[in-house]
Structure formats: structure tokens, C-alpha cells
Write a protein that binds this ligand. Sequence first.
Ligand SMILES: *[C@@H]1O[C@H](CO)[C@@H](O)[C@H](O)[C@H]1NC(C)=O
Ligand SMILES: *[C@@H]1O[C@H](CO)[C@@H](O)[C@H](O)[C@H]1NC(C)=O
Ligand SMILES: [Fe+2]
Length: 459
Amino acid sequence: MAVLIVFGLLLSLAMVCNGGITSTFVRKTESTVDMPYESDAFQIPPGHNAPQQVHITQGDQEGTAMIVSWITPDEPGSSVVLFWSDKHKTKKAEGKAKQYKYHDYTSGYIHHCTIRKLEHNTKYYYKIGIGQAERTFWFVTPPAVGPDAPYTFGLLGDLGQTFDSNKTLAHYESNPLKGQTVLCLGDLSYADNHPNHDQVKWDTFGRFIERSAAYQPWIHTAGNHEIDYAPEIGETKPFKPYKHRYTTPFKASGSTAPFWYSVKIASAHIIVLSSYSSYGKYTPQYKWLEQELPKVNRDETPWLIVLVHSPWYNSYNYHYMEGETMRVQFESWFVQHKVDVVFAGHVHAYERSERVSNIANNLENGKCSPVKDQSAPVYITIGDGGNIEGLATNMRDPQPDYSAYREASFGHAIFDIKNRTHAYYSWHRNDDGAAVKADSMWFFNRYHHPVDDSTSSQS
Ligand SMILES: *[C@@H]1O[C@H](CO)[C@@H](O)[C@H](O)[C@H]1NC(C)=O
Ligand SMILES: *[C@@H]1O[C@H](CO)[C@@H](O)[C@H](O)[C@H]1NC(C)=O
Ligand SMILES: [Fe+2]
């Protein structure tokens, strides 16, 4: 018996040393069900033509502008935003409203209004629905861009609108680490899983996330469920609903489409890429990224973070290798420019990689496996928001060396930047209290402190 236990310990140690940990936590499998239309999470605000689905995102590169978006259901109403702070008198900005049609659905009046010249680190109040059912919200602007500005990002992916999605969002909201901006990895409403891509699901999703997205910016990444391409019902313009509802400040970073762009927030430079827009050589996204990476000034923004929907390193038997073509296209640039971390969604589970790269292959030398590389990013898959498609539980066996930790549970993560050298990362599964860290890692900045930070070397 004792021999068996010792042998078992050795075996499990060996498995850890080999590379990855496959968590022994097994979440009980239940189906994920959308919350019903009349659920409290989708409440329609009272009053005639009251603004609903309110959400904000950063409106420029530096964090002194915010795009405020909302929908009025019955008539256009006002596109004005009134905003003020304790120190600043009330100012007014005017946006625009438009509708879109999708099959037999016509949207409400979708308003987008950019408010500018905001002061950093300041709590602003804003009011919309002027002259009708007015609603007031608030947000806090990020600190000025600078190398030691601390900042806390929340990470959510593949959220959907099920009872589990609601738990994920509530868990994030109650996390004592207090995320200040959400980095959203794409796949929002899952409207396309319903007959005719039921666009009402986009509306309920907008009402669902309002309780967070009206008060802190969500930085959006386009996922496959945003494409809504449905020629069988005459809908052939990819991303139509998403593009109308979720704008991004893409022009501020010289991008020509809302699906790839960058923002600077505090000490982070965040690059958002689109897995579902072309990225081959000579394409707009390729050219933009080629020009964008050399512009990143690590003395100003030490932390270089990339968001993309489809992961490049994924050891689940779901969407396996779907990210390969993009990895082959861009991975050498990420290593050259020492990207700190790449966050992805798509796979409905959690996984963190070692720092690895796979860029030596030249079609002749046979070097086509990932190798440990301290100039490479850590790849994190966080598509575990809890959507209607359920969990991805089936993993590749044995766990490949590039995989450091993996677990099929719903949850969210926090990337907590302390200064130019250190950031604390943690993943929180819904089944625990919000303060419990199911997986964590101290990130050492690849530019200012490029010391080995793999969790196997830390332990
Ligand atoms: C969603 O979560 C919120 C916050 O925890 C809670 O108040 C609400 O009742 C939940 N709604 C549903 C339908 O689960
Ligand atoms: C950066 O933050 C880490 C972690 O909190 C801390 O140990 C380190 O001393 C800080 N560095 C500086 C220069 O303050
Ligand atoms: Fe996806």
C-alpha cells in the first residue's frame, strides 16, 4: 500500500515536471441553458423609450475619450450624452443613431456617442435618454499612459447569456481584485445558435451585460459568433449585427476596420486581432499589424498584450489547430517584439501555456514542434464564460509540453499590473468563492524584466 502511494506520488510529480498540470477538479456536467426572456438579468428599464443595453468602450488611444452606446426601442430620441465630474461642469456631446435590418428583424435605434477631453483617473457621471426617460451612469477613466501606472484588467470570453454566464459575470463583479476594464475575447450573444440568428438575443445580451459594461469599458474582440453570415436567409454581410452594436476606436490606431485595432491603457498596449478577417500577407490586417508592432514603446507601455478569438496553443479536442494559419503568419513577430501575453477564447474551457514558440520551421529542417522560449508570450485560453454550447471537456492525452495548466470549468481571470516589471495573473472558477485563485502566475515583463517566469521554475 505504502509503496503504491509513494509510486503514485512519484508518478504525479513526474507528470507535473513533464510540463503541464491537468487539474483534478472535475466540474459536474450539466447543460447550459439560456436565461428566459423575462429573467431579471434582461430587465427592460422603465419609462417611454428608455435607453437600454448601455455599454462603453475606450474612445481613443490614450484613454481620454469614451464611446457611449445604447439603444432606444420605440423612436430615435436624443443621441446626446451629458457628462460631468465633481471637478468638471456638465458638458454635452452628440452622437448618431441608426438601425439595421436582419432577415425579418428591425433593430431599435442604436446610438453611439464619443465623449472626449476627459481627465485621467477621474470619476465621470453621464446621462442619456435626454428629454425622455433619462438614465445616469458613471465610469472612472484610466490613469495617464505611463510605465508604472498600475491597472487591473478583467478577462471574459465566450460569455453568452445562460444561468452560467450570469454566474461568471457576478463572480467577476464580486472579485475583490476589482477589474477596471474588461478585455472581452469575443463570442458575445450566441444569437446565431437560434432560428434565423434570433436578433432579440443580441438585445437580451445587451441588457444582460449593461450592469457591468455601462460602468467600465469593455474592449471587444470579434469571435465567430459575431459573423452572423447566413446566405440561406439573405444575410451575406459578415459581422452586420456586431458592427452596428459594438463599435471600437479603430481609426485612432490607424486601422481601417473595427475588428483589429489597439488601445493604450495605463502601462499596457493592447492589440486586438480578428481571427475571422483576412490576415495573409498584403491584407489590411497584416499591413496594420506590421506597422503597429514597431510603434509599441515599451518605455511608455511596458506591457504588450494581444487579444484574439481563436487560440494558437490549445490542447483540447475542440477547435484543435484552428488557430494554426494565424499562428504561422504572425508568431515570429510576437517573439521578435516580446509580447507578454496572448489571451484567446473560442474553446469553452481554461488553459495556460508555457512560454513556447514554434517558428524555426522552414519546410526542410523538420523543426516543427513548439520549444520553450523566454521571448515568447504566455498563451491563455479563457473561453469559459458559460455560453449555451456548454463546456469543452475532452482533452488531448497526454497533455502536451506546451500546456502548463488546463481545466474544464467556467470562470474568469484577472491580469493585475503592479508596475513595469510585475503583473499578477489569476483565474477564478465559478464553483469557488470569487477570491479563490484556481490558477495563478506572476508575470515578469518581457522587456523590463525578462527573467524566467514559468510556474514550474517558480515553484
Ligand atoms: C443574475 O445574477 C445576479 C447577480 O448575482 C442576480 O441578482 C440575478 O438574480 C441573477 N439572475 C438569474 C436569472 O440568474
Ligand atoms: C514591482 O512590483 C513587485 C510586485 O508587487 C514588487 O515586488 C517590486 O518591488 C516592484 N518594483 C518596484 C521597482 O517598485
Ligand atoms: Fe468561438
